[in-house]
Design a protein around this ligand. Sequence first.
Ligand SMILES: Cc1cc2nc3c(=O)[nH]c(=O)nc-3n(C[C@H](O)[C@H](O)[C@H](O)COP(=O)(O)OP(=O)(O)OC[C@H]3O[C@@H](n4cnc5c(N)ncnc54)[C@H](O)[C@@H]3O)c2cc1C
Length: 386
Amino acid sequence: MPIQTTEERQAIREAVRSLCKDFPDVYWRAIDKEEKYPAEFVAALTKSGYLAALIPEEYGGAGLGITDASIILEEINHSGGNSGACHAQMYTMGTLLRHGSEEQKRRLLPAIARGELRLQTFAITEPNAGSETTRIETRAVRQGDRYIVNGQKIFISRVKQSDLMLLLARTTPYDDLKDKTRGLSAFIVDMRNLKGKLEIQPLDLMVNHHTTTMFFDDVEIPADSLLGEEGMGFRYIIDGWNAERILISGEAIGDGHWFVERASKYACDRVVFGRPIGANQGIQFPIAQAYARIEAADLMRFHAAAKFDRKEKCGAEANMAKLLSSEAAWEAANVCLNTFGGYGFARDYDVERKFRETRLFTTAPVSNNLVLAFIGQNVLGMPKSY
Ligand SMILES: Cc1cc2nc3c(=O)[nH]c(=O)nc-3n(C[C@H](O)[C@H](O)[C@H](O)COP(=O)(O)OP(=O)(O)OC[C@H]3O[C@@H](n4cnc5c(N)ncnc54)[C@H](O)[C@@H]3O)c2cc1C
């Protein structure tokens, strides 16, 4: 994977910005209000090749690195859009690239790059496990040339907008294991024409994320859906966490800039007591403070991403980037809402929509408490809470 020059990165930014111009505020506002999926936007991003950023060129993708992919997601969010509609393909790509067989990659990746196969779902979270992934209970039992899957997943996004699902399921009972990080397996499941009963129930959430509960009742998946070695799935998923954290960081930075720009402009335009509200330090300083924090978080994002692209260890930096950027974006969201006063609550200004969307980054796909636990325990060597 060649590292892009500064000029090439700027060109990526401008191309994504230009694409996003066709999907202005009114588009995203209507999608959110009607709880629809931004299919037209995802189709345009796929056609542009940017959604396949992380797919190597030999499999029909753009062959870009994590820095570039995070810039693409940043620009979508900076434009007022929501990359949550399609980021899963990038989040999960590393697992497929590192642990998929050559046959799986040749079969799936070119079709994903062309947009003929949608990889928008990763199914890990379960009601009885929560953040403790090694406790998941959904079972996949091998029977000849297939696995039979039974169990339940919760908070799984875009199942109905995806053809493929990265599934984590238990292949060895928890109590039979000495090493509790073993016994889980990763599968790349084609959800079209599945045998057995897969029930999908929508969850009513504060964000338009197409998130569902999944019930697997004797669902049959072909044995060649297994990624890598049976029982090693948890390790494979962990391998993808640094990339995921850097990508979220890019999305949060994009939101942060959107809030600061909207707040600054409104603070200049809105006149109360005979002067622009931005002349008051109570309005101006929080915006300046939020901007400084976003810029600082952005440095950590690029530091983590550069290490990742150089194939260096970057767990500490990736986690810090996710923590700092999600907090900075959330601070900017609150500052923006304060700046807009009552208008911040009106859907037509888009602040309340972005406010809800950006709040998610501190909780999903991983809660900041777990990120702090990683830093406290794995970087600073303090005692474990789990
Ligand atoms: C909109 C949305 C979309 C999602 N999409 C997906 C998806 O596509 N696929 C998927 O697999 N999952 C998805 N999730 C699930 C998400 O990853 C989880 O909600 C998240 O990881 C937290 O798990 P939990 O909700 O079970 O919280 P819990 O694990 O129940 O934790 C609750 C709180 O306790 C804290 N906590 C727990 N243990 C500790 C500890 N040892 N130390 C300190 N604090 C602790 C947590 O940090 C959290 O704040 C989605 C969630 C949402 C809201």
